[in-house]
Design a protein around this ligand. Structure first.
Ligand code: HEC
Length: 328
């Protein structure tokens, strides 16, 4: 379809400009598109410019559009520029996005820059396509596993978003920064959690991903209102799971209690593996983003982002005790 549009554009512009110079470049482009190696050799030997652009690009771009890999090889050997950009990015990006391993290999062999992209990067395009083969190829050719697009998306963000576990592993093994933040300050693990890719989220966490900074609430506790917290706990549905329905463990005496330690409650395995006690700050972090802080938890609750509200809920939790622990 794009070719057709390009042809139409070419026709219109050609008619408008009636540019005689363009027709000189045509034979080599035509030969590149149709895979006519002999003709190309003849034209090149006769002095044709291997990088002559027409409206659709250079002869190399024409050859690649039409999958003429032998022609592409020949043109590259004769000095074609492997780093030209087309309408869908660099040639390497386009090969990666379309899963064309052979083309990617030929381009890299002849000097295509594995870290040069247009709006994206070759590696991110390969992640989008889901091609482990091209990803491996790019990484062995020195593609930077953490290189981001202009909006800060790294290959790992892309893999986390799409739930691509094997790809994420390959990237992390190659040194991708698990805590790289995108343009709006979010690490890859946010997307894994948000899209319910829990195994991938757990993998990232195990490899050092932190859920991003959560501000301390210690200073807010002294003036936080427990009655307000009770109302919030009801509104935020804590009580549905925890006190009324008993789907969650009882929260009586939870502040200061060992994490995941209610005897007759059946916690999820990641919850059972938790260490330490529920201090005010531990609760602050957990309640901010439960599924992210403990990937795989069965507490299916999006969290409370407002620090003041969180402080109120936490002082309310503290009040659920015959002998509330002192405030810090
Ligand atoms: C959808 C049900 C649900 C909602 C809503 C919910 N929780 Fe939970 N909560 C759970 C479950 C289930 C667990 C146990 C997690 C596990 O085993 O993975 C849990 C665990 C906890 C724990 C750890 C308890 C322990 O024994 O270690 C705390 C603290 C907690 N929730 C507080 C809250 C608060 C406060 C709210 C409201 C702001 C809330 N939860 C909302 C289901 C819920």
């Amino acid at each position: 379809m794009t070719r057709i549009i390009n042809w139409i554009n070419k026709l219109i512009i050609g008619v408008l400009l009636a540019a005689p110079a363009l027709s000189n470049a045509d034979p080599i482009h035509e030969a590149a598109e149709s895979g006519d190696v002999d003709q190309i050799l003849k034209l090149l030997d006769g002095g044709a410019d291997v990088n002559a652009p027409d409206l659709d690009g250079t002869p190399l771009q024409w050859a690649l559009f039409s999958n003429q890999i032998e022609v592409a090889r020949l043109l590259l050997k004769r000095g074609a520029n492997p780093n030209v950009k087309g309408w869908d990015g660099t040639l390497l990006e386009s090969a990666a996005l379309n899963g064309k391993t052979e083309i990617a290999k030929v381009l890299l062999k002849h000097g295509a820059n594995p870290n040069s992209g247009d709006r994206s990067t070759p590696l991110i395009r390969a992640v989008q396509k889901g091609s482990l083969e091209i990803i491996a190829l790019l990484l062995t050719q020195d593609a930077d596993p953490s290189l981001a697009t202009p909006d800060g998306t790294t290959p790992l963000h892309e893999a986390a978003h799409g739930g691509k576990l094997e790809i994420a592993k390959r990237l992390v093994d190659s040194g991708a920064d698990v805590n790289a933040l995108n343009g709006i300050g979010r690490p890859a693990i946010h997307f894994a959690v948000e899209k319910n890719h829990s195994i991938l989220a757990a993998y990232l966490k195990k490899h050092g991903a932190t859920p991003g900074k959560i501000a301390s609430i210690t200073d807010l506790l002294a003036s936080a209102d427990a009655a307000q917290g009770k109302t919030l706990a009801e509104k935020q549905l804590c009580v549905d799971c925890h006190i009324v329905d008993k789907y969650g463990p009882p929260l009586w005496n939870v502040v200061g209690r060992k994490k995941g330690s209610v005897n007759d409650y059946s916690y999820s395995p990641p919850f059972e593996a938790l260490k330490g006690k529920w201090s005010f700050e531990a609760l602050n972090v957990f309640l901010a983003r439960p599924t992210e802080v403990v990937p795989g938890t069965k507490m299916n609750f999006r969290g409370i982002s407002d620090p003041q509200m969180k402080a109120e809920v936490i002082v309310y939790l503290r009040s659920l005790s015959d002998d509330p622990v002192p405030l810090p």
